[in-house]
Design a protein around this ligand. Structure first.
Ligand code: NAD
Length: 348
């Protein structure tokens, strides 16, 4: 067999870091299991042209740890893990490579469940699934996770609005959705239906024209987001949009969106809090997609997905109440909630 798995030294606090190689199939991938304390590790597979192995290791470990937090907060009975395939998804990817990746996942014996992430489509995952039953997010099964992510963000945004403005009625509330992709467009539709004064931005003109015509949205240029007057910012494009500078310029009172890793660094959370801006941690509010994927892993019906979505909104409420009562950042409270869950489970 051409596939080899090599255990690398995992960073402290991580369970396992594996290099999977199959030169014949062109596969060079890293799979990281951060924690299986709450269940088998689950998290998507990303394909990216990393500059070197160190850059890939940095990304896969950071993402795997994030999945532990996301899966714990969403109460999915799953731990955190992630995979990255090193290469250009547009030019290097082949069905043979994806099958070899599936073999690598299979060799981990169910300690890691994979799904789509950046650069990997449901069709790619179907090739991986030819070699393993631990590949999910397949067409015809739980399907596209994005609508579930959007619904989760919308529900959490309403809870955040209740805390920030005293009401979750969004009528007339100025909400800027940054990024009209799979999640952002669905969120924008929900906001428009709820009566929000919608502002949108994207780098694709067609998406903006559609939102302006169909949803009555006001369009803003991608580089003018932080010049706008708004009540709520919903980042649904890229990570790292909230830097020390943009956090200082932001006019919103609430930030709630789907993008992963919205804060450029931890200090940004302090700047937002000092300016009276409530930031809802991304890994808490954007868990709808992994909830959908988890329903496929556990073989659960739609009702289970809806219960979990309702539960994350409830947890945001709990988190904001505790943050207010104890004078802490919501993100610090969320991290503590996950830490407590892991400690309790380890003790049990
Ligand atoms: P997507 O690729 O479908 O959409 C991203 C959109 O952002 C695109 O329309 C793109 O043109 C736009 N965009 C890119 N750069 C921009 C910029 N500088 N300014 C404005 N718009 C810009 O992605 P998606 O699936 O909708 O996911 C959106 C975000 O949510 C990502 O950060 C993703 O990691 C995160 N997320 C998605 C899911 C999911 O279920 N899809 C789940 C959890 C987290």
């Amino acid at each position: 067999m051409a596939l080899t798995l090599t255990d690398l030294t995992a960073p402290q606090g991580f369970e396992r870091l594996v290099l999977a190689q199959d030169p014949q199939a062109g596969l060079r991938a890293l799979i990281c299991l951060h924690s299986t304390t709450l269940g088998p590790a689950a998290g998507g597979c990303r394909m990216w042209a990393y500059a070197d192995d160190d850059a890939a290791i940095h990304d896969v470990t950071r993402l795997a740890r994030g999945m532990t937090y996301k899966n714990a907060m969403a109460d999915l009975g799953l731990g955190g893990g992630k995979a990255v395939i090193i290469g250009d998804a547009r030019t290097d990817k082949t069905p043979a490579m994806m099958r070899a990746f599936g073999e690598a996942v299979d060799a981990l014996g169910g300690t890691y469940w994979t799904a789509e992430d950046v650069g990997i489509s449901p069709a790619d995952m179907a090739h991986a699934a030819e070699a393993t039953r631990f590949a999910v997010g397949l067409s015809g099964a739980s399907g596209d996770p994005s609508p579930w992510t959007a619904e989760g963000v919308f529900r959490c945004l309403r809870v955040g609005a209740r805390h920030a403005f005293g009401t979750d009625d969004l009528t007339g509330r100025r909400v800027l959705v940054q990024g009209l992709g799979h999640v952002g467009l669905s969120l924008a539709e929900k906001l428009a239906s709820a009566g929000a004064r919608l502002m949108v931005t994207d780098i694709h003109q067609a998406a903006l024209d559609d939102a302006a015509t169909r949803l009555g949205a006001t369009v803003c240029a991608p580089d003018a987001v932080f010049d706008q007057q708004m009540d709520i910012l919903a980042p649904c494009a890229l990570g790292g949009v909230l830097t020390r500078d943009t956090a200082t310029a932001l006019t919103a009172t609430l930030v709630c969106g789907a993008a992963n890793n919205q804060l450029a660094d931890d200090g940004v959370a302090d700047i937002l809090a000092a300016r009276g801006i409530t930031y809802l941690p991304d890994y808490v509010v954007n868990a709808g997609g992994i909830i959908s994927v988890a329903s496929e892993i556990h073989g659960k019906p739609d009702a289970w997905r809806l219960d979990r979505l309702t539960a994350i909104a409830g947890r945001v409420d709990q988190m904001l109440t505790r943050a207010r009562d104890t004078d802490q950042l919501p993100s610090a409270v969320a991290d503590q909630m996950v830490h407590d869950m892991l400690t309790t489970r380890r003790a049990a």
